[in-house]
Design a protein around this ligand. Structure first.
Ligand code: GRF
Length: 247
């Protein structure tokens, strides 16, 4: 399905910005809309154990956060269920966490367009198509190492969450642990936030703190933070999936 869609995309046949502007996920019907400044977050429907929220988890690497979420969802009936796992490469080790459980799982590499902008938009179009086809209602970024374009974000805004390994607004970007250590921080942690059009700048839903020890190297801090991430993210999804946040 995805490869067929990919072959249908070529440089002349689609205006990506046009298609991005117009196509909203089918599953958007019934969402609660709230205004936040001049931006609109459309939160997911309020789900139940009988009809859990359909979640996609997007990863780039080993997917320890994905594995923790899947274990959490397996332990007992929850108001959210992972129905799709996507990575931006076929080599992402974490894809196995989805495959081994029989969850629809795809590695979607960047298409072979020379133009970087076109490549990025075409990739997001493939991701969006996979999300819509799987009737996904909430997109969970869990170690997904790509910055999403404003066009993509607008289509999922309010139904797109991320976890970042710092206490935002401190240390946004790809080097949070390094930045915290270089800054001499004595406390760091993680943040779950709604994704907006900026980088790690969306509305904060929850945070967890960890201490930073004087002799820490990046990997120490990373592992300590991952432990609290694996508890915080499922907690936030519990709350978000039953209408526990307003924006
Ligand atoms: C997590 O620390 C997350 O906060 C960051 O990337 C890491 C992903 O780790 N964005 P994993 O792939 O879930 O093990």
């Amino acid at each position: 399905m995805l490869s067929r869609h990919l072959t249908q995309i070529n440089k002349s046949s689609i205006s990506y910005t046009e298609s991005l502007r117009h196509s909203l996920p089918n599953s958007q019907a019934g969402y609660r809309q709230r205004a936040h400044m001049d931006e609109a977050y459309l939160l997911p429907r309020s789900a139940s154990i009988e009809v859990p929220l359909r979640i996609a988890v997007l990863i780039s690497g080993g997917g320890s956060g994905l594995a923790a979420l899947l274990r959490y969802q397996e332990a007992e009936a929850k108001t959210h269920q992972t129905v799709l796992v996507l990575a931006d490469s076929e080599d992402a080790g974490g894809l196995e966490h989805g495959r081994s459980r029989g969850i629809e799982t795809h590695g979607i590499p960047l298409p072979a367009f020379e133009d970087k902008v076109q490549r990025r938009l075409a990739h997001e179009e493939l991701v969006h198509t996979a999300l819509v086809n799987a009737e996904v209602e909430l997109v969970v970024l869990s170690g997904y190492m790509r910055i999403l374009t404003p066009s993509f974000v607008k289509r999922w805004k309010g139904r797109l969450v991320n976890i970042h390994p710092s206490l935002l607004p401190k240390y946004p970007g790809a080097h949070a642990h390094r930045d915290a250590l270089a800054d001499g921080a004595t406390v760091s942690g993680c943040t779950v936030h709604l994704v907006d059009e900026g980088v790690d700048s969306g509305m904060i839903l929850a945070q967890s703190e960890v201490p930073v020890h004087p002799d820490d190297i990046e990997s120490d801090l990373q592992e300590r933070i991952k432990k609290v991430e694996h508890v915080l993210y499922p907690d936030v999804l519990d709350r978000l999936s039953v209408g526990g946040y307003s924006v």
